[in-house]
Design a protein around this ligand. Structure first.
Ligand code: C2E
Ligand code: MG
Ligand code: MG
Ligand code: MG
Length: 285
């Protein structure tokens, strides 16, 4: 008896592990429902030039959870990726952001805006990805050259030829590409040169300590030089203060995104105040 019981208990996981697995299963179930019941939404964060003029916005996903409120992507995107849910979710993101782009195109005040979308590795490498993007553009009527796709360096370590081919197919339609969180991954410079990129995004970790960390200053300066060399636009992420913005300007950065210019917000608020509020941030620039 004792032996059998002992053997039985061995069949159980560590209770904490069991708890974690149950929580994960619940989250997965809830996330599936979120997608089918319309609990997902996109917020948009302003991207501006050195004059503080609004150029476009990055779409950032949120989950309006019935009990937990607004859940940030860091808490569900990894699970969506590991379960494959990122595929239907990614299609929803593409359609929703393109629909927004098409709506802005009809509004004289917002007609020139671009929209940037984050694309996860699994989504990008799916064989249907190019077709999905083209379908979203076609069905919504959004202009391809106003759509920017953000990839991360971790996506570049995979099959480089396939990557270049896919990017090329979309670029042929006018879609633009941005390399997100730049500086935190392992981009080889020779790869970078071969990729049909339009923009590098300086990761916000380098902006955060820019004012008192000499090596972050050196990294930012190097990324800006690289951008110039490769003829890529460079945008700084996570710009929170005027002091950071001024330091970036002195280093030659001309495009900015961060709380200084606006948090991720509902689409209606993007460009709603015209240039008046942005002018407040112009400072000595
Ligand atoms: P990311 O693409 O690098 O997005 C920038 C993140 O920095 C966003 O966090 C944004 O809210 C935050 N941020 C913006 N300005 C500031 C600032 O001034 N200071 C600080 N400290 N943070 C700032 P969020 O929205 O939580 O998104 C986190 C990450 O989740 C994103 O990083 C992106 O990798 C991923 N993500 C977001 N939306 C999507 C999506 O639709 N699809 C996919 N695949 N990933 C997404
Ligand atoms: Mg991004
Ligand atoms: Mg980023
Ligand atoms: Mg990121």
């Amino acid at each position: 008896e004792a032996k059998a019981a002992g053997r039985n208990t061995l069949c159980f996981f560590d209770p904490r592990m069991q708890e974690a697995l149950a929580a994960r299963a619940t989250l997965e179930h809830e996330l599936r429902r979120a997608l089918s019941e319309g609990q997902l939404l996109l917020h948009y964060q302003p991207q501006v030039d050195e004059q503080g003029e609004l150029l476009g916005a990055e779409a950032l996903i949120r989950w309006r959870h019935p009990q937990r409120g607004l859940v940030p992507p860091g808490e569900f995107i990894p699970l969506a990726e590991s379960t494959g849910l990122i595929l239907p979710m990614g299609r929803w993101i593409l359609h929703t952001a393109c629909r927004q782009l098409a709506a802005w195109a009809d509004d004289p005040q917002r007609a020139e805006l671009t929209v940037a979308i984050n694309v996860s590795a699994r989504q990008f490498h799916h064989p249907d990805f190019v077709a999905d993007v083209l379908t979203a553009l076609k069905e919504t009527g959004a202009a391809p050259h106003r759509l920017e796709l953000e990839l991360t360096e971790s996506q570049l370590v995979q099959d480089i030829e396939a990557l270049i081919d896919k990017m090329g197919q979309l670029k042929a339609h006018g879609v633009r590409f941005s390399l997100d969180d730049f500086g935190t991954g392992y981009s080889s410079l020779s790869y970078l040169k071969r990729l049909p990129l339009d923009q590098l995004k300086i990761d916000r970790s380098f902006v955060h300590d820019l004012l008192d960390n000499a090596s972050d200053t050196a990294i930012v300066r190097t990324i800006l030089a690289l951008g110039q060399e490769l003829e890529l636009r460079v945008i700084a992420e996570g710009v929170e203060s005027e002091a950071q913005r001024d330091a970036l300007l002195r280093l030659g950065c001309r495009h900015f995104q961060g709380y200084l210019y606006g948090a991720p917000q509902p689409a209606e608020q993007i460009g709603a105040h015209g240039r008046a509020t942005l002018a407040l941030h112009l400072g000595s620039a």
